[in-house]
Design a binder for this molecule. Structure first.
Ligand code: MN
Length: 195
């Protein structure tokens, strides 16, 4: 059974960049839904194995990928935000960014533009690709499509409407700009060091 992770800060901690109401709905309703659904799917899979009945297997595997990835990405997202206390990429991460993107500014610009250009529901991710030993930026559709196999998400931004519409309406760029104020680089650095 998957359990919800605790938010590493109070619901009000990301104000004014990420409103209390948005975070409350995002965490208690939407994220909880992904955890509950993943658990339900795991139960159905166990039942299917025990009964030897794989009639619904295609649907179950598809839902496992969707809801499971949704659960994982939300946990990464909540943890890679934090109160407005300035943090920055570690020396190691910065060196890698310079190597792969040219500079921090170029990384930030690409991540911002990639976030803006996501079609409908999806995520923007800074990832480490072990096979290539390099950082890349990916646009993910829904929670699970358009990945590179084996990549490790380091920094993720939720671009589903539920993550910004209440506060920013259609002003996606304003939401993305605000996000940069509440990135918790300490968490991103930890993920990079633990590769
Ligand atoms: Mn979300």
């Amino acid at each position: 059974m998957l359990k919800m992770i605790d938010l590493p800060y109070p619901l009000t901690a990301l104000e004014p960049y990420y409103s209390t109401k948005t975070l409350d709905l995002h965490y208690h309703i939407l994220y909880k839904g992904y955890i509950d659904s993943t658990n339900k799917i795991e139960e159905s899979l166990e039942k299917a194995r025990n009964e030897g009945n794989f009639e619904n297997i295609k649907c179950l595997e598809k839902n496992l990928s969707f809801f499971g990835s949704g659960a994982i990405l939300h946990e990464l997202f909540f943890a890679n935000m934090g109160p407005v206390i300035p943090t920055e990429p570690s020396i190691n991460l910065m060196e890698q960014m310079i190597k792969n993107f040219g500079s921090y500014e170029k990384f930030k610009k690409q991540f911002t533009e990639a976030s803006k250009a996501i079609e409908a529901s999806g995520w923007c991710l800074l990832v480490w690709v072990p096979k290539w030993k390099k950082l890349e930026i990916l646009q993910c559709e829904k929670h699970q499509n358009l990945t590179l196999w084996g990549c490790k998400p380091l920094l993720v931004l939720d671009m589903w409407e539920h993550s910004y519409y209440l506060q920013y309406n259609t002003r996606r760029p304003a939401y993305i700009d605000a996000f940069w104020n509440i990135v918790n680089w300490n968490e991103v650095n930890k993920r990079f060091n633990n590769l």
